[in-house]
Design a protein around this ligand. Structure first.
Ligand code: PFF
Length: 477
């Protein structure tokens, strides 16, 4: 295929794929899921899912993409025929849904970065009230300390930043941006962890996070752990098929996937290590029980953390809080570019459209698709309480549907490899750049997991996730 672009080498690919993986999922969702699922026990379940289910799916996706050298649809179509092409299209649609709501949350974080660093958000007394107003009235252009307070504008700017990067292509855009943002992200994260560990009561937070209490292990812990692991590693929707298609045959896929999984998991792990000491510090300051601080749900980083930053005093709060939200923005941006690249690659490869035009067109369309999520936080009541979805809001609905698409997509990908493309073809692809692969233990492990363990468990868990979403799992078990 004519000049589709490629990564300059192993490091570029790993940083871009790890950039896709490291995102709001690690910093926004992982800590609150861990917080509401018993801390350490959730971490244990999560790590098991990564090893047993996610790593094999990741290797499979990258192998499919590199072998076919095409976008998500083109890859399945080329290796498995037209019917399987629909699986690629399913993934592309899932990516569009994810980006539509993901960009809204990224816009919240971008606004918070500006408001904490340059505005007077930290002087607010009522952080819950501020967040409620902020996500509710998306068109509020009144200024808060000289800054417009419109989530509509913040999200639009975020989508434009994503489009600018993706329009520059693989090496000059995606790879270059990740090479700057990923190392910065790690530096900021480590800096904040070191600081938060010096705070009073920090180690009580570390204990909660690291010492498992097995009595907390429930079906919900496993369901939440799995869907979080899939979302976090950007699996099941073709992002890694697309990135894999830009990877040279010289590179070793199994070891690259290992590095990507470790990089992503370490950021989620570190995010917990950053957040729980902060939460326990706040509990100490307010002389309340840490359990009383609402660590469950999205408000964790938008309500609880700003309150903690404000307890640090204005200057330090601005520095630590501003850095924290800059970190969130970097993490989100490295993910939104991968989400946008999936449909872009499809239109560039299949419809022979020009990258620049496609990027801007899709960015605008997906931004518009995100509007229902944006107004679902109170502004338009019909989107705020969906009658067919247990009274939940549209953003939650679309995020939940994406979770289902990812595990179903991962399950079908395993079936595709074992029943259609053939595990021997996957082996042949994995041998490129890895001479010892055929006689390695990794090969046996991948055979067992991709052919049996992953499709069965992913199938079962997908059913459980669907039941949980529509009926509530607590009613069942
Ligand atoms: N992995 C990203 C996160 O954890 O925030 C989310 C994501 C990005 C999911 C890209 C899927 C994807 F293709």
């Amino acid at each position: 295929m004519a000049n589709r672009g490629n990564f300059s080498g192993r490091i570029g690919f790993i940083l871009a794929a790890a950039g896709s993986a490291v995102g709001l999922g690690n910093i926004w969702r992982f800590p609150y899921l861990a917080g509401s699922n018993g801390g350490a026990i959730f971490l244990l379940v999560y790590l098991t899912c990564i090893l047993l289910l996610c790593y094999p799916v990741m290797v499979g996706e990258i192998a499919i993409g590199r072998s076919a050298n095409s976008d998500a649809y083109g890859s399945y179509n080329k290796l498995g025929g037209r019917k399987w092409g629909y699986l690629g299209l399913f993934g592309i649609m899932a990516g569009i849904f994810i980006l539509s709501f993901y960009n809204v949350v990224a816009g919240w974080a971008f606004g918070y970065f500006l408001h904490i660093s340059f505005g007077d958000l930290l002087n607010h007394q009522d952080f819950g009230g501020f967040f409620g107003d902020y996500v509710n009235d998306i068109l509020d252009v009144s200024s808060v300390a000289g800054l417009a307070n419109s989530n509509f504008i913040f999200s639009l700017v975020f989508m434009a930043l994503t489009a600018i990067i993706v329009s520059q292509g693989i090496q000059k855009g995606i790879e270059a941006a990740n090479k700057i943002m990923m190392p910065s992200l790690y530096l900021i994260l480590i800096g904040i962890i070191i600081y938060s560990l010096t705070l009073p009561n920090a180690f009580s937070g570390v204990k909660f996070y690291l010492i498992p209490d097995f009595s907390e292990l429930k079906i919900k812990t496993v369901v939440d752990g799995l869907k979080q692991a899939f979302f976090s590693l950007s699996l099941g929707m073709g992002a890694l098929i697309t990135y894999g298609s830009y990877l040279s045959k010289k590179e070793n896929i199994t070891s690259s996937a290992l590095v990507i999984s470790v990089a992503d998991t370490s950021v989620a792990f570190f995010a917990g290590l950053m957040v729980f000491p902060l939460v326990h510090f706040l509990a100490f300051k307010l002389t309340i029980d840490p359990q009383q601080i609402g660590t469950s749900g999205p408000p964790l980083i938008f309500v609880v953390l700003p309150q903690i930053f404000s307890e640090m005093g204005l200057i330090l709060g601005r520095i630590i809080g501003g850095s924290f939200f800059l970190l969130v923005c970097f993490a989100a941006l490295t993910s939104t570019i991968s989400l946008l690249e999936v449909p872009v690659a499809y239109l560039v490869d299949q419809k022979k459209m020009k990258r620049k035009n496609v990027v801007w067109l899709l960015a605008l369309l997906i931004f518009i698709c995100g509007l229902p999520s944006m107004v679902s936080q109170g502004m338009i009541p019909a989107f705020n309480k969906l009658t067919f979805y247990r009274g939940q809001d549209f953003l939650t609905f679309i995020a939940d549907m994406s979770d289902i698409c990812l595990t179903v997509g991962g399950c079908l990908m395993c079936i595709f490899i074992s029943r259609q493309w053939g595990i021997a073809n996957m082996d042949a692809e994995l041998t490129h750049g890895n001479d010892g692969y055929m006689s390695s233990k990794t090969r046996s492990f991948l055979h067992i997991t991709i052919q049996w363990v992953a499709p069965v468990l992913l199938g079962l868990l997908s059913i459980l996730i669907i039941v949980e979403k529509f009926f509530g799992i607590d009613n069942l078990i």
